[in-house]
Design a protein around this ligand. Structure first.
Ligand SMILES: [Zn+2]
Length: 175
């Protein structure tokens, strides 16, 4: 059972590089000690867990502090990461969240860097208008206008990705 603990450990967050390496070598040892017939299945499961954790780790600019890097600018707006677009205009982009936490989970982001809703640029009328338009278009195109939905934005904490993003989530509303 002690062997399994390593693999479970890496699934919790925040994770740092040392934990990840530790988990990797623990995993290799686990595989080495497993009966040969079980190795394949065990490897699939454990490496899957490790991969998902490493993916989470890659989101953090500084794993020690848990401070997020700006993956919206670095991965999404740069075109490095493929996204499923819902709507866009010149100023904003709405796309399906890559790690959804509700059945429909879309994020709306400005195409220029705006750090959060506290950024003076968030007051720009054209940008604000496009953000709201993206919410409306998302709701109508995905049927959330019939089922209810809510819009959420986080700010001002180290774990928040430092690029303004509005989550459009549903079906249903927050109590
Ligand atoms: Zn940015």
């Amino acid at each position: 059972m002690a062997k399994r603990r390593k693999a479970t450990l890496v699934a919790s967050k925040p994770i740092n590089r040392a934990d990840l390496e530790d988990a990797f070598y623990g995993l290799l040892a686990t595989l080495k000690n497993a009966p040969p017939k079980d190795r394949r299945q065990l490897a699939d499961r454990l490496f899957g867990e490790l991969g998902r954790s490493a993916g989470k780790w890659a989101w953090y600019g500084d794993p020690q502090t848990g401070k997020r890097r700006d993956w919206y600018c670095e991965d999404v707006l740069s075109g490095r990461l493929e996204i499923r677009k819902v709507w866009e205009d010149d100023r904003v982009l709405a796309f399906h969240h890559r790690d959804p936490t509700s059945p429909i989970h879309v994020v709306v982001i400005p195409k220029i860097h705006v750090s959060s809703v506290l950024d003076p640029m968030a007051l720009n009328g054209d940008l604000l208008s496009s953000m709201v338009r993206a919410v409306q278009e998302t709701a109508r195109s995905l049927g959330l206008d019939q089922t209810g939905f809510f819009v959420r934005t986080n700010a001002a904490a180290p774990g928040v990705t430092p690029h303004m993003h509005w989550h459009v989530m549903g079906p249903g509303v927050l109590a």
